[in-house]
Design a binder for this molecule. Sequence first.
Ligand code: NAP
Length: 311
Amino acid sequence: MAILFMSTHAGDAEDYLPLLKGHLPDQDIRVWPDAVGDPADIEIAVIAVPAPGVLAGLPNLKAVLSLWAGVDSLLGDPTFPRHIPLARMVDPLLGVDMTHFAIHWVLHFHRGLHRYAALQGRAEWHPVAYPEAAERRVGIMGLGVLGSDAALKLASLGFAVAGWDALAKSLAGVETFAGAGRLSDFLKRTEILVVLLPLTPETRGIVNAETLAALPRGAFLISLARGGHIIEADLLAALDSGHLSMALLDAFRHEPLKADHPFWHHPKVIVTPHVASHTTPRTAAAEIAVDVRRLLSGGMPRHLVDVTRGY
Ligand code: NAP
């Protein structure tokens, strides 16, 4: 029995291998591409960004453990072995960083901080007015591990927070909306929209002309999950018409974002290079070790993905 570590991201193996070996000193941990050995030995794959087709060539693979929280790119690979249990990363630090990032941008737009650079450029001393936090309606799309933490912490800062997701949830101090039938009610009351949905066939393109039009005029968008949620032309049209005030975009359909993409120079778009949150090797390696031990003792990993739903 061997474990294969695979990532096409430079530096991942150097970061993770010593940590994984420290947690699992008795295990045979091999690294793709140079030290795979006999593919028939591999029973567990620990992957960040795998090379397409490699997992399908492991005949005795029993589980795939993803170092990433989002598994849309894995499931989008037609060669991915969908019959094998796939677990995604739920790393405590991932949520801390994501919530910090969400709070930062909600405060930024709430307080009108995006307006001061232009005012300074004109040497204009002009305080921007803002409503009380309790009157600022923030909406989180996706009340999963990341969205629910952000919703609870934003509510604790005094904002009027609501969340929307597939199944009804109950979160203290957060108004919740569930299912496609409640989406427009959720959007109508949302002045700052934070998208933290997984990218699935159902959520692809969910930020489109219709959903943006349901937001009140002057709303803000904070897109923190995947670029595929957004119909880019519809977003640009909503910004250009003034219906939307500003958009903070952290993830894109194609990364890195091409130099000639209109988002880079649009005056109402702030681009960050997929930095809202990232898996921390120290804590993630410990999470992986827990699931490896569960598998070795005949159990299943935690945080299993429902491949039919895509998250
Ligand atoms: P999660 O725990 O799987 O939560 C997903 C949530 O979305 C659940 O509440 C789920 O509702 C809801 N949902 C799924 N499909 C839906 C639909 N069709 N309609 C309504 N609600 C739906 O995921 P997570 O850990 O919070 O992560 C969310 C995403 O963040 C990841 O998939 C990844 O793409 C992204 N991410 C981005 C970064 C970054 O740096 N930008 C970093 C990490 C993660 P139910 O529970 O009711 O089914």
